[in-house]
Design a protein around this ligand. Structure first.
Ligand code: UDP
Length: 244
């Protein structure tokens, strides 16, 4: 069952359940895709119907970011917990390495996906990287062909949101892959270009703060977080009025 948070339906599942479902989908006939929206993306979806459609059309919608968890709580429909995109990707890769599935890395600046591939092969012995492509292309066709030609089972699509969700919705089927996962800036982290927040920040749900310290220019985008919480509180208020 999905929990509606300001128009985006989130799967109410734990990380283990999400990875198990991802593994099931990558072995199931047809193309499937997963989205990992944070509060910023929920706010984008409120304004952009095509983005909302692409996110809600995913087979798995995971609550990436502590803000979504707070928002759900405020609205009186708590979620089981946070399922970060990066953690989900790591869980999938561990399982893929065990059962011989192959992965295509799509996105980020030229050279980054290749670097990520090198490091991931070391971290997950047995993981087959079918191919890579940067995220700064003009036409989808050749990229879709590259994925298709690689025979990849899974594609990590890292073009930023909501571009990646729209891309997966439009092209998922044509890539021939079974599972596509929208993962924002994950390739920058996997390649070592960007450092993930120290564990203490991760445990406290403060990864956003670490990111803001490292990249202060993100302040404009991050202002969407308080806005999201205000909207969640407003929606809860409206619901209460309707019920009374
Ligand atoms: N990116 C891309 N193609 C584009 C725009 C962005 O490949 O046309 C990449 C960008 O290089 C970065 C990622 O998409 O690696 C987006 O990262 P960001 O941290 O902004 O995404 P978020 O995780 O916040 O959605």
């Amino acid at each position: 069952m999905r929990v509606d948070i300001l128009g985006v339906g989130f799967d109410n599942i734990t990380m283990d359940q999400a990875v198990a479902e991802g593994v099931r989908l990558m072995s199931t006939e047809g193309a499937h895709y997963a989205a990992t929206p944070n509060p910023e993306i929920v706010e984008v979806c409120r304004e952009d119907e095509a983005a909302r459609d692409a996110v809600n059309g995913a087979d798995l919608v995971l609550a990436d970011g502590i803000g979504v968890i707070y928002g759900a709580k405020i609205m009186g429909t708590p979620l089981k917990g946070r399922v970060t995109g990066i953690g989900f990707a790591q869980g999938l890769m561990a399982r893929m390495a065990e059962n011989g599935k192959s992965l295509f890395l799509l996105g980020a600046k030229p050279g980054v996906a290749e670097k990520a591939a090198e490091r991931l092969r070391e971290q997950y012995p047995g993981l087959r990287i079918a191919g890579t492509h940067d995220g700064y292309f003009q036409e989808d066709g050749p990229v879709v062909e590259a994925v298709r030609g690689s025979g990849a089972d899974v594609v990590f699509v890292c073009l930023g949101a909501p571009k990646q969700e729209k891309w997966m919705q439009k092209n998922g089927e044509a890539t021939g892959a079974r599972l596509l996962v929208g993962l924002g800036g994950c390739l920058d982290v996997f390649s070592g270009e960007v450092k993930r927040a120290p564990e203490v920040f991760q445990k406290l749900g403060l990864e956003w703060l670490h990111r803001l310290i490292k990249e202060p220019r993100r302040i404009g985008r991050m202002m969407k977080l308080p806005l999201f919480l205000i909207h969640a509180a407003g929606e809860k208020g409206k619901k209460k009025c309707r019920e009374s």
